[in-house]
Structures are given as structure tokens and as C-alpha cells.
Design a protein around this ligand. Structure first.
Ligand code: IMP
Length: 183
């Protein structure tokens, strides 16, 4: 099948080495904070957090269990009632410390829903680690215990994040800029 002509380009925003440095710092902080925990479950929210998750978890020296959770993909926008579970975790979180790893917090609805769900299931603690925080777009407050970078409202791709399933494999994070033919 022929590829359509791209109607956008990607302007680099956060370089790969900058991401790597920040992931190192976050891992060191998580290692310190959970040093006394014997039950940490690190849960990656698919698919966007995949590279962030694997880079982060490999830098941890504390013992962890890992699992994955998937919600409905980004469509016409997220609202409270729209968050749907596509894939649930296999492990039980009852009595365990949970660290959720997400690519980006936008309106906050997805994360609020997941955090509430794991609390409801009896996790001993639930904290959030997000690579990117689109703070200005927030509709519902979610505390981000470990945040990689605060960014503006622009739509970003790369390092796991997609635009219509494209650009996930870029090693950096970039802003999608639509070209004139699109306008
Ligand atoms: P929220 O529920 O509005 O916070 O949306 C979170 C989800 O929307 C993220 O996990 C992403 O999948 C998606 N999303 C939000 N902003 C962007 C973006 O700029 N690029 C790619 N995906 C995004």
C-alpha cells in the first residue's frame, strides 16, 4: 500500500541525550524513595510509555515486579467517561506499592481513572511517574510524583508517543507541525 504524502513535520523539542540524563535522575530518585519497599510493582501504560518504561526500569537497582496496562487510544479527546481498559494487569496490587509509568499527562483523565482503580484494588500506595507534563491542558488534578519535563500544549511525538501510530520510534521528542497543505 502506498504511503500518503505527509501533511506535517516534526520539530525536535527534547533531545535523546537530554531524555537519558533525566531518566537517570528519575531512576536515582525512585531508588532512594522505594529503598525500604519490598513490594514495588512498576506498571507501564501502553503503548506510549514503552521506551520510557524500559529505560527507567533498567536503571533501577531496587527489586521490582513489572506489568502493563492499556487504555483506549487518544481519539477525539479524553473525558471522564471515555477512559476504557483495553488490557488489564496480570499481577495483584493488593498491599503492594504501585508506581505507574506514563508517557504524558494531558487533561489528566486517563491517569486519574487508573490511579483511582489501583487504589480501589487495595494497593498500599499508588504514585505516578510521567515523562511529560502538559500542565496547561489539565482538566482534573493528578499528582505527578516523578516528572520528566514540563511542556506546552503542542502535540508531541517520539520516544514512544505517536501521531496516528507514527513516529513512536523517534529517539527524541518533537512537536508536530502541520504543513501549509493541511491548513
Ligand atoms: P489525558 O487523559 O488527556 O491526560 O491523555 C493522556 C493520553 O493522551 C496519553 O497517554 C497519550 O496517549 C495521549 N496524548 C496526550 N497528549 C499527547 C501528545 O501530545 N502526543 C501524543 N499523545 C498524547
Amino acid at each position: 500500500m502506498a504511503e500518503e504524502k505527509p501533511n506535517h513535520r516534526v520539530r525536535p523539542l527534547i533531545a535523546a541525550d537530554e531524555i537519558a540524563r533525566r531518566v537517570d535522575e528519575l531512576a536515582a530518585q525512585i531508588d532512594r524513595d522505594y529503598a525500604a519497599s519490598e513490594s514495588l510493582v512498576v506498571i507501564g501504560v501502553l503503548k506510549g510509555s514503552v521506551f520510557f518504561f524500559t529505560d527507567l526500569v533498567r536503571r533501577l537497582s531496587i527489586p521490582v515486579r513489572i506489568d502493563f496496562f492499556q487504555t483506549s487510544s487518544y481519539g477525539t479527546g479524553t473525558t471522564a467517561g471515555e477512559v476504557r481498559i483495553k488490557r488489564d494487569i496480570d499481577l495483584s496490587v493488593r498491599g503492594r506499592d504501585v508506581l505507574l509509568v506514563e508517557d504524558i499527562v494531558d487533561t489528566g483523565w486517563t491517569l486519574k481513572t487508573i490511579l483511582d482503580l489501583f487504589r480501589f484494588r487495595g494497593a498500599a500506595s499508588v504514585k505516578l511517574c510521567a515523562l511529560l507534563d502538559k500542565h496547561e491542558a489539565r482538566e482534573v488534578e493528578v499528582p505527578i510524583a516523578y516528572c520528566g519535563f514540563r511542556i506546552g500544549k503542542d502535540f508531541v511525538v517520539g520516544y514512544g508517543l505517536d501521531y496516528d501510530e507514527r513516529h513512536r520510534n523517534l529517539p527524541y521528542v518533537g512537536v508536530v507541525e502541520f504543513t501549509e497543505d493541511e491548513a
